[in-house]
Ligand binder design. Sequence first.
Ligand code: ADP
Length: 185
Amino acid sequence: MRLILLGVPGAGKGEQATRLSGKFSIPHVSTGDLLRREMEEGTEVGRRISEFVNRGELVSDTVTQAILENRLRETDCLAGFILDGFPRNLSQADFLQAALERMSAPVDVVLNIEVPDGTVIDRLAMRNRLDDAPETIRHRLKVYRKVTAPLVDYYDRAGILKRIDGDGSPEEVTQRILTCLARKA
Ligand code: ADP
């Protein structure tokens, strides 16, 4: 199974991706995690990445796409994967579509995890990441609305979008996702 998770920063994508990854025994592929790993390694590329991440800006498509495609070509992704944080704009969505076509591995379902704005701010305030400072959070939400939100329509038109109510405990949200996926099968 190949899944994409969409949702604002703080919608709970990472948490749900980890839980689904355990249930279905497929890897959780988070571009945020992959980029943070580059940053920790302190390479030249990592330093450039951190300038964007710490300001709440998107990292360039070229860098993110290369990192993502390398990850998807690892053998554990043959069983399927859960994408968290990618795609984040329309050109990344087109890139993904083409890359997965080359691998004969189309996306099955896109889950849009929907939560009210207030919930998101509260949740992010509880994390302890450098890019979770209030000003950066506001900027990330703005970027999300402008360049990432159009992907909801994009996948809706492709007929693979499912909407999930993300307001609830992690267990409740996972249960909603599982019910939704079972309905589809
Ligand atoms: P959140 O969902 O809370 O924003 P992520 O870990 O998904 O957290 O992303 C953190 C940051 O990593 C983003 O603000 C952005 O700078 C960078 N990033 C992650 N994924 C991408 C992507 N697909 N394209 C560009 N930048 C990305």
